[in-house]
Design a protein around this ligand. Structure first.
Ligand SMILES: NC(=O)c1ccc[n+]([C@@H]2O[C@H](COP(=O)([O-])OP(=O)(O)OC[C@H]3O[C@@H](n4cnc5c(N)ncnc54)[C@H](OP(=O)(O)O)[C@@H]3O)[C@@H](O)[C@H]2O)c1
Length: 308
């Protein structure tokens, strides 16, 4: 573990000079291994400076893989939907020394105010932190009830949380939330198969300054691994890797941070490689769309998955 801390601190020093005007959450990105066009960027009106790759905790990547990701500049740690121990141990290891460099997101699916509070405080205790950078109100296909919002605002007022995010599967809800300043970040589905956000969500953001719009974080990037499954790829096309899936989503200018759900160290490295390779060119994007269209068209559940 000593090597991790020594190297991370070195990267940190480099960063302090690379991002002199950054807000308090400066990611430990190493510009020598990152595509310049995938440098960290501000998550919309939250002002949080986030790595372009975020990590979910639902799958089985080992703790050391999360630590490696932090070293390689990833600072968006989303402890949800499944709050697994592998990521929790990494956060407990890294946060005591580098809390200001991390963005820690906790999620609550609770529909009752008291449970939102209890679930959030339980997460903070488990991660041994005093405050989450983001509370993600999870899976809202219509705006949360006033009680849920009041509970979330209460957590901000008490200093337990800095910003609110909202996730949902009904994409048309998002543009209606545009003037709702309380949600600084939107989490939504976007991948080469499910590209409806290009039609339903992103056009609403085009005229807005970064500081006036929500930060956009996208999930289901590999479509639960389907995009990387050669059995689902058209016979005359090369199957995408995880790296291709992340690069596809990161190529969209409206997308700030792309979530990865790695199940192993190898999958984590594929995700991290997207930061090195950078966005796709037009030919690569066209190939991903062809594969995505094929998977969409050959899966009878696609329409339903597109909406829920
Ligand atoms: N807030 C919400 O409403 C919401 C909605 C969806 C997801 N999420 C969260 O977002 C995070 C990201 O997960 P996701 O489900 O969206 O991710 P995803 O990429 O759609 O699915 C993750 C699965 O993809 C496969 N995979 C990942 N990397 C791969 C690679 N390099 N090559 C081949 N297969 C790969 C793995 O499957 P194998 O098991 O086959 O290896 C893994 O179990 C998670 O924490 C998740 O819980 C939140």
């Amino acid at each position: 573990m000593v090597w991790l801390h020594a190297r991370t601190i070195r990267v940190h020093r480099k960063l302090d000079s690379a991002y002199p005007g950054a807000m308090s959450s400066t990611p430990p990105a190493d510009s020598t291994v990152q595509s310049p066009s995938l440098a960290p960027r501000s998550l919309g009106r939250s002002g949080l400076l986030a790595s372009r790759l975020g990590l979910g905790s639902s799958y089985a990547a080992p703790t050391s893989a999360y630590e490696e990701a932090f070293e390689r500049g990833v600072n968006y740690f989303y402890w949800g939907s499944r709050r697994r121990g592998e990521m929790a141990r990494a956060i407990r290891e890294i946060a005591p020394r580098h809390r200001d460099s991390m963005l820690i997101v906790v999620q609550s699916y609770a529909r009752f105010g008291a449970l939102v509070r209890a679930s959030t405080l339980k997460a903070l205790r488990s991660l041994r932190i005093d405050q989450a950078d983001v509370l993600l109100l999870g899976w809202h296909n219509s705006p949360p009830t006033p009680r849920v919002i009041d509970a979330a605002i209460g957590l901000i007022d008490a200093g337990h949380v800095r910003h609110l995010a909202i996730s949902g599967h009904r994409r048309t809800m998002f543009p209606a939330l545009l003037d709702e300043q309380r949600y600084s970040i939107w989490h939504l589905r976007y991948n080469a198969v499910h590209r409806g956000a290009e039609r339903d969500v992103f056009p609403a953001l085009t005229q807005l300054e970064a500081a006036g719009r929500p930060g956009i974080v996208t999930y289901t990037t590999t479509r639960w691994g389907h995009l990387c499954d050669p059995r689902r790829t058209p016979p005359d096309e090369r199957p995408p890797t995880g790296t291709d899936c992340y690069r596809f989503a990161l190529s969209n200018p409206h997308v700030d941070t792309v979530m990865a759900g790695p199940n192993s160290r190898a999958q984590m490295r594929q995700a991290l490689d997207a930061l090195t390779l950078g966005p796709m060119n037009d030919e690569e994007l066209a190939w991903m769309r062809r594969v995505g269209d094929h998977i969409y068209g050959s899966d009878r559940t696609s329409k339903a998955r597109d909406r829920v």
